[in-house]
Ligand binder design. Structure first.
Ligand SMILES: *Cc1c(COP(=O)(O)O)cnc(C)c1O
Length: 219
């Protein structure tokens, strides 16, 4: 575990990116082991599992909610996490702002842009993305949009994966130079998992979300 963690951390650093260690399904003692190596950013995608883990692990862990989030779970998540990666609808963004304002807590979010060809993948298209970004700029006081997130198609075709990441990077640039031109916090691009993080880094990722390669396969 140590050697893999060191290699991926160094790869991320050499691209000015950070590693989010995706610890979903993994027991707290394994998370603690990686914490002891120096890892501080961990990603979970189930709310109940996050709640169970947060309270028994060190306070200075920065928790990232990485998966699809249901609106009725937002109030549980907002007090605990630093960043929500997969904001995929305006209704979800509104709910995050509502709950964040209730507890007066700042929460960073990434808007999920749909790059994969699969029907099942969540995310905005270009038009709805603009709409959500506009809403955030005009109405969000506690919710800070810090960038975009995406997931490539699950395929062996690495040329396709690279094209999808490249498209996400282009979309990111459009917003960064456009709507967010005066906002230096809009600078993150969350893309890349165990199977494709090296391609993602080459295509401009600033946050890689790696699970199974670090912790071993999930059962
Ligand atoms: C599980 C998950 C990951 C990590 O996947 P691995 O292939 O195990 O690295 C990354 N992002 C999201 C949104 C996930 O749900």
């Amino acid at each position: 575990m140590k050697e893999t963690w060191e290699i991926i951390t160094a790869q991320a650093q050499s691209h000015d990116a950070v590693l989010i260690a995706v610890s979903k399904t993994k027991p707290v003692h394994e998370i603690q082991r990686m914490y002891d190596l120096g890892q501080r950013k961990f990603g979970e995608n189930r709310v109940q599992e996050l709640l169970d883990k947060v309270h028994v692990l060190p306070d200075d862990i920065e928790w990232h909610m990485i998966g699809h989030l249901q609106r009725n779970k937002v109030k549980d998540v907002v007090p605990l996490v630093q960043t929500i990666h997969a904001v995929d609808s305006l209704r979800l963004l509104r709910e995050i702002e509502k709950q964040a304002s209730k507890v007066e807590r700042r929460v960073s979010v990434l808007l999920q842009f749909k790059i994969a060809e699969e029907e099942s993948k969540y995310g905005f298209d270009s038009d709805s993305l603009q709409e959500a970004a506009n809403f955030a700029i005009q109405h969000c006081k506690f919710t800070k949009v810090i960038g975009l997130m995406g997931m490539a198609t699950f395929t062996e075709d690495l040329v396709q994966v690279r094209q999808e990441f490249s498209r996400l990077h282009d979309q990111f640039k459009v917003l960064q130079l456009g709507l967010f031109a005066n906002d230096t916090d809009f600078k993150e691009l969350s893309m890349g998992m165990s199977g494709d993080y090296e391609i993602a880094l080459e295509e401009g990722s600033t946050m890689i979300r790696v699970g199974s390669l670090l912790f071993g396969a999930r059962h």
